[in-house]
Ligand binder design. Structure first.
Ligand code: NDP
Length: 517
């Protein structure tokens, strides 16, 4: 595809209108972070390629069978896609680990099975009849009224790099279940599992032409073009709040439907009665899972002053026992970050924390892993004495950095938890479940986990308060976000008199109708 590429690495084109095609801009390399070297090439799409993909999706929606395909048939296809992923679990998990740097244990036991389960749940939801009859009414006239749900149209879906396959599924499953057509833009760091899935779907001939299209390429070109394209009816985006804000502005020109799942700075509230052993592992899982590269990561740990020293010691001891290294080794807890650029961002925040007066108690520097000298590995890092108003405690870092913040009363802990521009997730660690539920109700985030973290279920709504986003994904809530609501009013009057327009609009009445004949 590109004369300059001589190494024997996989190359992927764009997938448009049921075929693999070249991009006008040639190819771009995809990195394997642990080894710091190119592992594949993908098409470098452009705005012109987005035009082609949107035209295909438009045609498939406006004239193709997909929006009118019965729910049970769409369900069959979503289940068939789930089967394909399940059959190729090992391949998907390895590719995801190599491309993202995430440990193989995590991709094998979380990303892949959760993707499968998500598709199966949306297969079931696809069969829900999109119809609701309203109560009978004779005011203002005798009529039959019902609500119909229809797919929105062409959906532009922009995926981040931190959970590449899972996020792809989170986007395409509800969109396809509801009968929409899709143009998907994977993240440039991690496009490979989405492309592998597309290859399998294509080979199995599962979807009509134009229903699912993939355009890889730089966000500022491809993502931007999708978000502003007049042929796109809805944009769904997961990523940084800054890019989300930009997309919202672009989408506003044509008043597109919008779902945004953005940044977070989730608190982990350790209650005075918490089981400290459980909370230690839980808080560390909350922050270090996926190397801290999760929007819902529990990056602020609120601890009672009275337990601070004991709990901090537990956190530090456990954090130091985590194994950093080869993502393909099943013993590894933390792999490299996704990129050198992301690693530098995290290092800058570690410097910011030091300058802001927080106390670095463990980590704080790169880890050197023999055999992986070019990989961007960062040690699990913990700061304490962090002021909640500082940048360390307020800005999304997206790396393995935990801020420990002491509190005196539970009321203060709740206030600190809520003192954030974000509102995506929170965890409460307590033995008193009833009390923990009361705390959960007072926390302004889209999800609150009690004695857990990161559990995002396909049937439970997921999304953010405040600057963590707009709308909810998953379950019936996520499905509805891919539908337009239509009220159909059927007037049952057999004559002109008695209707609203008889009283309002018709100046000259027929004598016989006035007489009720
Ligand atoms: P972005 O939010 O910029 O990227 C997410 C997706 O948006 C990618 O597919 C990206 O494409 C695309 N994109 C980038 N620019 C535009 C644009 N102008 N218009 C439309 N789409 C665009 O995140 P980054 O990858 O730049 O990471 C920066 C920071 O964002 C991280 O440090 C982290 O804090 C945060 N982040 C948050 C995530 C979350 O889930 N909340 C996920 C990822 C990052 P491309 O990959 O080609 O740039």
């Amino acid at each position: 595809m590109d004369d300059h590429i001589t190494d024997d690495l996989p190359c992927y084109g764009l997938y448009i209108n049921g075929s693999w095609v070249d991009a006008e801009g040639g190819l771009m390399p995809v990195n394997e972070p642990a080894l710091g070297r190119t592992m594949a090439y993908v098409a470098r799409g452009s705005a012109a390629d987005v035009d082609r993909a949107v035209a295909a999706a438009r045609e498939a929606f406006d004239r193709g069978p997909w929006p009118h395909t019965p729910g049970h048939e769409r369900a069959r296809i979503l289940n068939a896609i789930a089967d394909l992923i399940e059959e190729h679990t090992a391949e998907f998990a390895e590719l995801e680990s190599r491309n993202l740097g995430a440990p193989l244990r995590k991709t094998t036991f979380v990303d892949i099975p959760w993707s499968v389960e998500h598709l199966r749940v949306f297969a079931e939801l696809a069969t829900i009849h999109p119809y609701e009859a309203l109560p009978w009414t004779d005011i203002p006239s005798v009529s039959w009224n019902f609500v119909w749900r229809e797919p929105i149209g062409v959906c532009g879906q922009i995926v981040p790099w931190n959970y590449p396959l899972l996020m792809t599924i989170w986007k395409i499953a509800p969109a396809l279940a509801a009968g929409n057509t899709v143009v998907l833009k994977p993240a440039s760091y991690t496009p490979l599992t989405a492309l592998m899935l597309m290859r399998l779907i294509h080979e199995a001939g599962l979807l009509p032409r134009g229903v699912l299209n993939i355009v890889t390429g730089p966000g500022a070109e491809v993502g931007d073009a999708l978000a502003r394209h007049p042929g796109v009816d809805k944009v769904s985006f997961t990523g940084s709040t800054e890019t989300g804000r930009h997309i919202m502005r672009l989408a506003s020109d044509t008043i597109k439907r919008l779902t945004l799942e953005l940044g977070g700075k989730s608190p982990s509230l350790v209650m005075p009665d918490a089981d400290l052993e459980l909370a230690t592992d839980g808080v560390l899982f909350g922050v270090f899972f996926n190397g801290g590269q999760s929007c819902e990561a529990g990056t602020r740990c609120l601890v009672p002053e009275s337990l601070h020293d004991e709990f901090l010691e537990r956190l530090v001891t456990r954090a130091r026992s985590l194994r950093i290294g080869d993502p393909l080794d099943l013993e590894t807890d933390l792999g490299p970050l996704v990129s050198e650029a992301q690693c530098r961002i995290v290092e800058e925040y570690i410097d910011v924390g030091k300058h802001e007066g927080a106390r670095l108690v463990t980590g704080g520097k790169r880890a050197r892993i023999p055999g992986f000298e070019h990989g961007p590995f960062i040690e699990p890092t913990i700061f304490t004495g962090v002021q909640n108003g500082t940048r360390l405690a307020q800005e999304e870092i997206f790396g393995p950095v935990l801020s420990v913040i002491p509190y005196r009363t539970v009321t203060e802990a709740i206030e600190l938890a809520n003192a954030s521009r974000y509102g995506l997730g929170a965890a409460v660690w307590s033995r008193d479940l009833q009390g923990a539920i009361e705390v959960a109700k007072r926390i302004r985030t889209g999800t609150v986990w009690i004695n857990d973290h990161h559990i995002i279920l396909p049937r439970a709504p997921f999304g953010g308060y405040k600057q963590s986003g707009i709308g909810r994904e998953h379950g019936i809530y996520g499905l509805m976000a891919y539908t337009e609501l239509k009220h159909i009013h059927v007037d049952l009057m057999q004559k002109r008199s008695g209707r609203v327009w008889w009283d309002v609009l018709i100046p000259q009445r027929d004598q016989s109708e006035e007489a009720g004949l």
